[in-house]
Design a protein around this ligand. Sequence first.
Ligand SMILES: CCCCCCCCCCCCCCCC(=O)SCCNC(=O)CCNC(=O)[C@H](O)C(C)(C)COP(=O)(O)OP(=O)(O)OC[C@H]1O[C@@H](n2cnc3c(N)ncnc32)[C@H](O)[C@@H]1OP(=O)(O)O
Length: 123
Amino acid sequence: MTNRIPILRVTPGPSDINANGHIFGGWVLAQMDIAAGIVAGRRADGSVATVAIERMEFIAPIELRDLISVYADVERVGRTSLGIRIEVVAERDRGQTMVKVTEGLFTFVALDDQHRPRLVDRT
Ligand SMILES: CCCCCCCCCCCCCCCC(=O)SCCNC(=O)CCNC(=O)[C@H](O)C(C)(C)COP(=O)(O)OP(=O)(O)OC[C@H]1O[C@@H](n2cnc3c(N)ncnc32)[C@H](O)[C@@H]1OP(=O)(O)O
């Protein structure tokens, strides 16, 4: 994990805290969607849209001062769709502690100019 390059590095803000004092799941889900969309768009060489969140697991809470790294990789290339696996790691205690906080598998569809599914080059 430590040698991999994250697609995003980001910190949550005070407005992202929920009633438990942790970060809203929706905030991290949005970061995952952005990172996975970048990877899917690169692989599909153009526009993509999220069609499904096939799996999403909140493993550990995110804290306000965490530095969040979002990793995303192409897991599957279909006819017009791509499966992107995402892992989110929180860095805390000035880099002393790394915690895997969420993981997920999102499906994207490559889009043409009319926003309809477009074939992805599978070679
Ligand atoms: C040089 C370029 C660099 C680019 C660098 C880019 C950087 C820039 C990054 C920005 C990245 C932004 C990322 C935005 C991410 C959003 O936020 S998008 C917003 C939320 N999503 C939407 O609004 C999409 C709404 N849905 C739709 O418009 C339509 O459902 C779609 C996506 C056009 C698909 O239409 P459809 O008629 O359902 O398509 P259909 O032919 O039935 O299925 C197409 C494929 O999807 C699969 N599929 C459909 N439904 C499902 C499902 N529920 N579960 C699993 N698979 C499914 C099908 O199995 C099929 O797969 P293939 O067998 O072809 O591989």
